[in-house]
Ligand binder design. Sequence first.
Ligand code: SF4
Length: 308
Amino acid sequence: MALLEVKGLSVSFLRQAGLFKQRRMDVIHDLDVAVEAGQVVAVIGSSGSGKSLLAHAIMGLLPGNARMGGTIIFDGAPLNAAKLDKLRGKDIAIVPQSVTYLDPLMRVGKQVQLAAAAGTDAKMRQRESFARNRLAESTERLYPHELSGGMARRVLASTALISGARLIVADEPTPGLNEEAARETARQFRELADGGCAVLFITHDIRLALSFADRIVVLYGGTVMENAAAADFTGGGERLRHPYTKALWRALPGNGFEPLAGSQPHPDELPPGCLFAPRCGYASEKCQSERPELTAVNAGTARCFHAS
Ligand code: SF4
């Protein structure tokens, strides 16, 4: 059974449409994702696909003007605000994308120690984690404004890595890190998953995701286009189900480097049919007018009428 299940998630915002009118804009719609204990599920997608909003929705961190629909289930029971307050930082931890989540008035070593799992030697765990993440011991005495962007990311990751949480939601934890540091961060999340933790890892870096994730969930236009095993990303992409996922795979250096023309639709201008139709070489008449459901295809799922 999945430890985290997100079912039919929608997130919308009111936006001004003219002087006196407001319009609701659906930024996430009909989004399903699940993570089991012991699993790393990487959520990939380009900027604006809804990745970070998904993390914020799970953690109850959406802004006040957001309206959320759908269900989020943790350990078999719906996750509401009261439950999140009890679980956040203990059973559920987030690695936020923004370093503004660090307390500007507290030394970072202390902040990480406060996140350490109960019953452990917090100072020792913090120092171990800093060493593993190549942060000098003296870093613990610094304040957040004294850190470089890359150091701040490693501090944020350390906070979740020593938390003992059963579920970690990592929202783009690696930008600003060099390749080796990013891979080390990924290795640590993999180790946590191998120890029974469920990890939802949000990233735009498909190659990093494939290096350690079990499953890859591909977002586009605020919803899931495909959910595939990482092992399906192989060869010329024949095992992948959705034209967008295949295009992402083939755009990688080493896989042909074939660029995908066009851009993701803005939430305000979603096409009436398949969201990918304006860029899809396989689009039929039906694709232009009907929105495909996410359906099971070969031990994965895809939102495509012609998935195989
Ligand atoms: S539903 Fe049609 S347009 Fe959409 S990805 Fe599939 S083939 Fe392409």
